[in-house]
Structures are given as structure tokens and as C-alpha cells.
Design a binder for this molecule. Structure first.
Ligand code: S3P
Length: 450
């Protein structure tokens, strides 16, 4: 790995090269992004002061904090890095005086829209070029049924102004897309809605909202309907009790050192304290199915979530076909899984990935372009990629990859650069700060440093 300038925070373009030896060491990754957003939002609605340890201090989560502050919650970080949130009580958020700037963060935007749908206030959401392309109809549609009103830019996009309503109307809503953001937006709206709001989830998605709402004392139940779909019901006009939250390491961030440890020859590394919630652990299963030497050690429960230390050793990976039913459990990890497939022996076929086209970038198209630019053999399909791997030989590299304001594209190709002959240049590393501050330093500490 080679940095163009000494101070990473200033670097836009960076080139990542193969290290002299394997990646070795024990590292931890920043706090889980999904849990961090929810920790701030639920704490802001509790009655009293909550304490959050291990909060991800990435730009996305800081956008959530800023928005909640702009609506009356007191949120402070102490010198030990612990965050303290004085909640305003359910329904107690105040009219923001300015547009809420969500930066690059789809989770902040969609969850806050849900939260504000059952508040008597008007809010305008703005975001960067990537966020302004992403569909919001998936949340505005159910929230409109609850009584909120939206004026969106063409295509149901940001900038968007919403008017919440009190009292909102409870709904029963069957999710048309497997989306934890949509599920959570409706549950958040349901918190200040009289009666019972129900979300029916045919395919399980990450369940952090449900776990945390139960922890905060919400009246929430989870059942199965006759088709086996999960039915999550929340009783509104809830009172939330302040909590002490410990945020586990983000498995979506751990994905980068874990894949690197499998594909960089001679590696042997451990990532400690990673969340291994069943709804998030699809990548670990896929990598095992590819023949990866990946072990979960010291499994334990922390703050209502299962965590483990995950150990990987360089492995001969072989091609794989994903099971489309498992997509939600590794939705954010496909870009780096494609890098693993590009180094594996034989063909990998990835299907059922429509949702990847509406993430921070169109991750199917952008990964295909980037892989081709560095010598990967890849074919794009409507809902996925077919990748023919090198069988462990380094990729050619030498190309420059466009990240399109997408942190996971930048980090995935940084990992690819570590197994390339000519190195891989990332055009813009700045988006990495949305989810993984310290990414470059972590890789250097494992031996990837220039
Ligand atoms: C998230 C849910 C997923 C994921 C995103 C975070 C969440 O999005 O891709 O990074 O915190 O609920 P979808 O709900 O759109 O699948």
C-alpha cells in the first residue's frame, strides 16, 4: 500500500500495493453503523440520559447526531469517547430551523423520516450527489399511509420536504422489498402512533431495531404468520427508558480485513469484538463455503448482540454460487465478496442482488467496471455478476477505480490492490470516512503499510 501524501485525512487518491509478506496481527474495527444510528435515535426519544460506548464516529452517524441535536436532543461525547444523550421523550422532537443535511447516509435519511412522520413538524432532507439519486418512495409510501405528507424531487428523491402528523394512523405493512431501513422507519413512526403498527417481513433483514426497542422497554412483539413471515408489532405512545449501550464492532467493516486475510498470501489475522448477529453474518458463511479458513472464537453476548473474535488465515478459495435467500444477511458485503471471487479458483455466480443497484452507487455496475479495469474477468447480469477467478494469482492491477462516492467500493478495491501486480489506484478515498475512520491505519498496522 502506498499513500500519495503523508497525512491520510488529506488523501483523495491512493494506490494500494501488495505487501511484502502476509497481513498479520490482531485488530478491532469501529462500531456497527446500523446499531450506532439506532442507539442515537432511540436514546433521543427516551426519557432521561442514555450512555453509548463504542459509537461509530463516522460521517453517517454524525449526520444522525447533528439532525437529532437540531431537533432538541442534547448529545455529547466525553473525553473517554463515551456518548451521552439526553432524550426528549417519544413525540418530543422540535421543529428543525434548517434543512437536515444527511450527507451520504441513506440510513439516517430513511430512519429519521420514519421517526418524524409521527411528529407535528416539517422537515427538509438534503444530501450529497449519491444520496440524492437514491429512491425514497419505499419509505414515503408507507409513511404517507400513516398520514405524513411528502414533497419530493422527481423520482421520489432528495431534496424532500415532509410534514409529520399527530396523531398518525397505525398500519399493517407487508414489506415489498427486503429492507431493514423500511422496516425500521415504520417501527419508528409507530412509536408515537396510537394503537398497534405492524410490519410483515417475508425475508428476514437485520433485526437491530427490534432488539434495541425491546431493550429500551417498547411494547414490541415478534410472531410468524401462516406463511412463515415475521410479524413485528409495536404499540405506540410508548415510553422508552434510557439505556447503557455497548456497540459491537461492525461486521460490514470487519469484512475488509477478513477478506484481505484470506486472499493475501501468508496472512494470519484476527478481528476482535465483531457482531455476529445471524442477520449480518452471510459473508462469513459464504467465505467458509469458498474454502476460507475462517474461525469464530470466544463467542459471547455484549449489549444484547452476539459478538466474537474472527480469525482468518490465507486460503485457497474456490468459486461459489450464492443463495439469493441469504442476500439480506450480507447485503453490504457483496463488493468485497466479489474481490474474493476474483481471486478464487473457478467461476462464482452471484444472483438476486437487485438491491445493490440502489446503494451508495450501483454496486453491480461499478464493481464490474472496476474489476475489469484491474484485470478481473467479470460479466454483469441484470441482478448480479459472474466472476471467473484467477485461482490465487494476483490480479494485473495498474488501473484506476472510480468510487462514485461509495465507501464500500473504495475499500473493496483497496483490498484488491493488496493482491495485484501493479497496484490499484482509488480515485477518491474520502467516502471511507462515512463508515470506517482509521481504515488505512488499520491495514498498515497489519503490515500493508508503505
Ligand atoms: C441498513 C440496512 C441496509 C444496509 C444499510 C444499513 C440499516 O439497507 O444496506 O447499509 O441500518 O437498516 P436496506 O434496508 O436498504 O437493505
Amino acid at each position: 500500500m502506498h499513500a500519495a501524501a503523508a497525512d491520510d485525512s488529506q488523501n483523495v487518491t491512493m494506490t494500494f500495493h501488495a505487501p511484502g509478506g502476509g497481513l498479520k496481527g490482531v485488530v478491532s474495527v469501529p462500531g456497527d453503523k446500523s446499531i450506532s444510528h439506532r442507539a442515537l435515535m432511540f436514546s433521543a426519544l427516551a426519557t432521561g440520559q442514555s450512555r453509548i460506548e463504542g459509537l461509530l464516529e463516522g460521517e453517517d452517524v454524525l449526520a444522525t447526531a447533528a439532525a437529532l441535536r437540531a431537533m432538541g436532543a442534547r448529545i455529547e461525547r466525553d473525553l473517554d469517547g463515551v456518548w451521552h444523550v439526553d432524550g426528549v421523550g417519544v413525540g418530543g422532537l422540535l421543529q428543525p430551523q434548517q434543512a437536515l443535511d444527511m450527507g451520504n447516509s441513506g440510513t439516517s435519511t430513511r430512519l429519521l423520516m420514519g421517526l418524524l412522520a409521527s411528529h407535528e413538524l416539517t422537515a427538509t432532507f438534503i444530501g450529497d450527489a449519491s444520496l440524492s439519486k437514491r429512491p425514497m418512495g419505499r419509505v414515503t409510501e408507507p409513511l404517507s399511509r400513516m398520514g405524513a405528507e411528502f414533497t419530493a424531487s422527481p423520482g421520489g428523491r432528495l431534496p424532500l420536504t415532509m410534514r409529520g402528523i399527530v396523531p398518525a394512523v397505525p398500519i399493517d405493512y407487508r414489506l415489498p422489498v427486503a429492507s431493514a431501513q423500511v422496516k425500521s422507519a415504520i417501527l419508528l413512526a409507530g412509536l408515537n402512533t396510537p394503537g398497534i403498527t405492524r410490519v410483515i417481513e417475508p425475508e428476514p433483514t437485520r433485526d437491530h431495531s427490534e432488539r434495541m426497542l425491546l431493550g429500551f422497554g417498547a411494547d414490541l412483539t415478534i410472531a410468524r404468520d401462516e406463511d412463515g413471515a415475521r410479524v413485528i408489532a409495536i404499540r405506540g405512545e410508548a415510553e422508552l427508558r434510557p439505556q447503557h449501550i455497548v456497540v459491537p464492532g461492525d461486521p460490514s467493516s470487519a469484512a475488509f480485513p477478513l477478506v484481505a486475510g484470506l486472499i493475501v498470501p501468508g496472512s494470519d489475522l484476527t478481528v476482535t469484538g465483531v457482531g455476529i448477529n445471524e442477520t449480518r453474518i452471510g459473508l462469513v458463511k459464504l467465505l467458509s463455503a469458498m474454502g476460507g479458513d475462517i474461525e469464530l472464537l470466544n463467542e459471547r453476548e455484549e449489549g444484547g448482540e452476539p459478538v466474537a473474535d474472527i480469525c482468518v488465515r490465507a486460503s485457497r478459495l474456490h468459486g461459489v454460487e450464492n443463495n439469493p435467500a441469504d442476500v439480506p444477511a450480507m447485503v453490504d458485503e457483496f463488493p468485497v465478496a466479489f474481490i474474493a471471487a476474483a481471486l478464487a479458483e473457478g467461476r462464482s455466480v452471484f444472483r438476486g442482488l437487485h438491491e445493490l443497484r440502489v446503494k451508495e452507487s450501483d454496486r453491480i455496475a461499478v464493481m464490474a467496471q472496476g474489476l475489469r479495469a484491474i484485470g478481473g474477468r467479470v460479466e454483469e447480469t441484470e441482478d448480479g455478476l459472474v466472476i471467473d477467478g484467477t485461482g490465487g494469482q494476483p490480479l494485473a492491477g495498474g488501473g484506476s477505480v472510480a468510487t462514485h462516492l461509495d465507501h464500500r467500493i473504495a475499500m473493496s478495491f483497496a483490498v484488491a490492490g493488496l493482491v495485484s501486480r501493479e497496484g490499484v489506484t482509488i480515485d477518491d478515498m474520502r467516502p471511507v470516512a462515512t463508515s470506517f475512520p482509521g481504515f488505512v491505519d488499520l491495514f498498515r498496522s497489519l503490515g500493508a503499510g508503505a
